[in-house]
Design a protein around this ligand. Sequence first.
Ligand code: HEM
Length: 410
Amino acid sequence: MTALTLDQLAAHHDLTPLTATTTCSDPQAAYQGLRDRWGHVAPVELEPGIPAWLLLGYHEICQAARDERLFSRDPNNWRLYAQGSVPPDSNLGPMMFPRDNAYFSDGDRHRRLRAPLDDGLERIDRQRLGHRIRAACAEQISLFAGRGEADLVGDYAAVVPMLSVCGFFGISTDQGRELRDGLIALFGSGEDSQEGNRAFERILSRAMQDHRERPAADLTTAFLEHPNLTNDFEIVQSIVLMISAGYETTTSWIAQALRLMLTDRRFAGDLRGGRLGIDDALDEVLWRDPPMANMPARYALADCEIAGRPIQQGDALILGFGAANNDPRIRPESGWHESGNRSHLAWSVGPHTCPASRQARVITRIAVDTALNELQDVALAVDESEIGLTPSPWTRCPASLPVRFTPHRS
Ligand code: HEM
């Protein structure tokens, strides 16, 4: 096995762009191609001239994600970023440039900022949560139920998570829609990103003010009261983190589950026939198509080795959950059942593991269930091959799911 460094590999080889794994029709074939060529740790290109290691192996991801003393979450430890080699307007920015929150922190600072997220989520009233999500799904469906046609991504999967997560914070549906537009602008590199930021700040400051006057059993009050969050800035950043981390991921989970229902006869038949429970069906989606197919990133704090590859201090490592869930070393030749098996890596592992997997499941379960129950005779309105993917190196979310169904007034 060659022991070239990432920079040497980038200089001497044409590296596969990471998007090759997220924009193709058969991601497992793309991952296997990388495995055949490089083993369980492959050099890839995040953008032209920006190389990184893609961890394809289950064990290799667990090793990197669990060892925060050797692998940092803080992008200030990314050599290419620190050198200024990544342009400020790079599309990698929203996911990879540092922000002031738990997600981009390590060690004690991470533990201090993470505790309010875990404690707050624990305090959410489950009944009210379910009620709020059901109301958001019904409201969204009522906007297109009479038409008999809809795009189940744009009209539904991309809206319900935002309204639901806003509900965690006691933020109204109307403001949730405004926040969604703000978020899209904020994380885009367009001219309206400042306006997006201002919309966010305005709505969140208002929510904090209201909750100071009238505390509620929700996350805004939990954050306001938490001793670990020392000022309004940290509270706002924690809310922004929860809203942004929960939005695209849950959209993708709902969209992938609906896509499978509409295109995979075995999956749809098992689910409708009761042979597959909804939770097992959702886990099958997490095995096959984890919402974060490739997760940025860890940054090596010292020179080391993973699966024979020389990792240098400052290298970026991408967690390839989509590949690792199909790592041949964890899948027996026969008798493999995804149903009831939750050892997939969709939520990651280690200190940064998703704090909201339970809540994300509730949102997704209710969203999928409601769509299937409310939309009679729902069927895809285009050929399966016409379903495109939203361009991204990180996710494989269907760009749209045009459907027809029997119209009704809800
Ligand atoms: C399908 C839905 C979701 C998936 C697949 C998902 C997946 C993940 C993954 C893989 C990570 C860990 C990243 C890493 O190790 O680098 C993560 C972190 C996180 N997720 Fe989720 N997530 C989902 C929904 C949500 C929701 C609904 C929320 C909030 C309401 C949320 C909040 C967070 C936060 C705050 C972190 C950062 C935690 C930390 O750095 O300590 N996620 N998520």
